[in-house]
Design a protein around this ligand. Sequence first.
Ligand code: GDP
Ligand code: GDP
Length: 461
Amino acid sequence: MSFTLAIVGRPNVGKSTLFNRLVGKRLALVDDQPGVTRDLREGQGRLGDLRFIVVDSAGLELVDDDSLQGRMRRLTERAVDEADICLFVIDARVGVTAADEYFADILRKRAKHVILAANKAEGRAGEAGVLEAYGLGLGEPLRLSAEHGEGMDDLYRVLVPLADVFEAENVHQAPVTDVDVSEDDDAEDLEDWRPSAAKPLQIAVIGRPNAGKSTLINKIIGEDRLLTGPEAGITRDSISVSADFMGTPIRIFDTAGMRKKARVTDKVEKLSVADGLRAVRFAEVVVVLLDVGIPFEQQDLRIADFAETEGRAVVIAANKWDLEDDKPQKLNELREAFERLLPQLKGAPLVTVSARTGKGLDRLHNAIIKAHDVWNRRVPTARLNQWLGAMTEAHPPPAPGGRRIRLRYMTQIKTRPPAFVVMATHTDKIPDSYARYLVNGLRADFDMPGTPIRLTFRDQG
Ligand code: GDP
Ligand code: GDP
């Protein structure tokens, strides 16, 4: 049994429905009527190949009891304390309520790890609620529909890396519960559910020769399918390799193999840049791998810039971190250099890894997933226009020659990467600094790090 997951949240958000889905047995009562007395209940959860204990803290809506608050708090705290991971559920159709804030507060103080989920998000009805959920400051909400089984893929994806962490920790601990975890034949479970066989996430690892690309790719695909080492002259075809990266199906572009081929022709520098460019075109997420000993070399900068221009999600990974003695100092230096040399990639995640030891690969995995999510993000138009109103009020556009530029309306025209268009007057007079103000605002307010954001103005008289 790898870890304990507690489902926490105010009444009626769908905790029991979710519990049932994960446990697969009709153990928990589901009822629209408030007042059904329930207590903490546990079961064996399954999601794909994951096995874990689920604790349902439903049933906090005990009738006419002035100790309700106290009871609610005690039960939740018990569930939270027992759990490795808390799945905090809100109702996307209702949005964030005062009771949600109350639970968020308990979780922030006590939980080891929180996953935020906006349930009842099937169809479009939950969009506003999902966005509100960002405001809880508990990270990006998963969109779930417990009733329809939607979003289980995403839940699986966030659980996998955490499962590894808690599994390792729990080996040294007494079992947290004596719940019967044997397989149950009658279980109506998620047998037919599989981690999505959907298109694998396409990744390219780029960087200067000897940054450690082959070592990293070997580590990720978990076998010696690529050849590493100082020996030159290994001829290979350019290929992409399929792999399972911590539960995420990926295809990874094998730049390293290409470089070794290139070496034969003795045009290392030139060709490795060309390889990098091809890799960028192939990828959805580009990992710019730096050697911490010689970070942000010209070649790294050129390829990173190209990734931005091509509109790819970017993650910066500083490799050979095992060689660094003064890690905090080095990290500061890296951050500073990153901001100075790659301002166009502002907000892209910077993670440290050791391809040799495998340390930090979980961070890299999470950064890739997050960057990919953001790259695919869609912000509803209503929300954007509210935001545009607030932005122009806080800092109105200039009035060249006394005629004020009006930003009338805004919409997102595409994803991968997110692109927005603003209908405006006198678009030719809008200064770049104002466009940057809007782009930076979008990034910050809609939590979109690590992705290029395109913003254009369209003239409306
Ligand atoms: P709990 O009090 O948090 O355990 O909530 P329940 O699981 O008892 O669900 C409360 C109500 O919400 C029930 O009527 C469920 O059928 C309904 N519900 C649960 N999940 C969903 C969902 O994903 N979509 C919709 N539309 N309704 C849901
Ligand atoms: P590539 O040219 O970018 O594919 O780099 P390689 O993977 O061939 O690695 C170049 C050299 O750096 C090899 O000697 C690796 O063993 C070494 N190397 C790669 N990753 C690490 C790391 O995380 N730490 C240390 N200390 N050495 C590494």
